[in-house]
Design a protein around this ligand. Structure first.
Ligand code: NAD
Length: 254
């Protein structure tokens, strides 16, 4: 069966890659593509205006909508999907607590899968970070992430999810230092978080553990957005069979 997809943010880096990857796969087809501003067709796929999404969804009723845009846009698009009953996979990052609560509300009506990172390697890195945090509870931890200079949110959603993994294993509140300057010694509870923005780096995350005269460094670097696009398409294929509710990518790669 071919999975019929709607894609938002079609003119963006990720939206375009999702469409190109879906075109290359035998099991997926893009039936709706929208972008905030006018955008040329991608292959045979016409890109409509974002404002027309509700009408296009009502005409075609795709199996799943895949969204990589920005928090306010995602909320608008998810509301349109909830009205028509279309499940959503979103990779957008940078939501605040209020926006996350609004997404949860929509997930009572439709299946909604949200992940800050659709690479299988990051899913495994999270588990490795959990293990090292658990086994070496007294070691200092520093997290560094590097992304292209067009990335809007900092630290990255993936960095935040790695911090959640660390917090889940440490039974004390994490104290985060976002970069350091001046007289700033640290105690064992502080985790330095360093967001670098440079060139066209697709995504690079490193977690350093240090103590007892030794250092362990766990890292992940992704070379192509096609990795995220393939993960998002796998997530869509998985989500189509799920009941309404909130899901993450761990459920797909388990
Ligand atoms: P981009 O800037 O290249 O594209 C953003 C897209 O969103 C564009 O099409 C733009 O028109 C649209 N957009 C932005 N604001 C909008 C608004 N207010 N209304 C309607 N449309 C709007 O960005 P990108 O690199 O494609 O990343 C998009 C999102 O996906 C970001 O949040 C990024 O952090 C995230 N991302 C997630 C993963 C993952 O694996 N989950 C991977 C890469 C990027």
């Amino acid at each position: 069966m071919t999975l019929q997809l709607a894609v938002t943010g079609a003119g963006g880096r990720m939206g375009r890659t999702v469409i190109e990857t879906a075109i290359d796969r035998a099991d997926t087809a893009v039936t709706v593509a929208v972008n905030r501003s006018p955008t040329a067709s991608i292959g045979d796929i016409t890109v409509d205006r974002g404002a027309d999404l509700s009408a296009r969804l009502a005409e075609t009723i795709p199996d799943v909508l895949i969204d990589f845009t920005a928090p306010t846009a995602t909320l608008e698009y998810v509301a349109a999907c909830a009205e028509i009953g279309v499940p959503v996979v979103t990779g957008t990052t940078g939501f605040d607590d209020e926006q996350l609560a609004a997404l949860s509300e929509h997930a009572t009506t439709i299946p909604l899968l949200r992940a800050a990172n659709f690479s299988p390697g990051i899913a495994v890195l999270r588990r490795a970070v959990e293990m090292v945090t658990r086994l070496l509870p007294e070691y200092d931890i520093e997290l560094t992430e590097t992304h292209h200079n067009g990335k809007r949110d900092a630290p990255s959603g993936t960095a935040k999810s790695l911090l959640e993994s660390i917090a889940a294993e440490r039974d004390r509140e994490l104290s985060l230092a976002h970069g350091r300057m001046g007289d700033h010694p640290t105690d064992g509870d502080e985790i330095g978080v360093h967001a670098r923005r440079a060139g066209d780096v697709t995504g690079d995350h490193k977690v350093l553990f240090a103590g007892n005269d030794e250092v362990i460094e766990l890292g992940h670097r992704v070379g192509s957005r096609a990795v995220f696009a393939a993960g998002a398409l796998d997530a869509a294929a998985w989500l189509v069979d799920q009941p309404a509710g909130e899901y993450d990518f761990e459920a797909v790669v388990r």
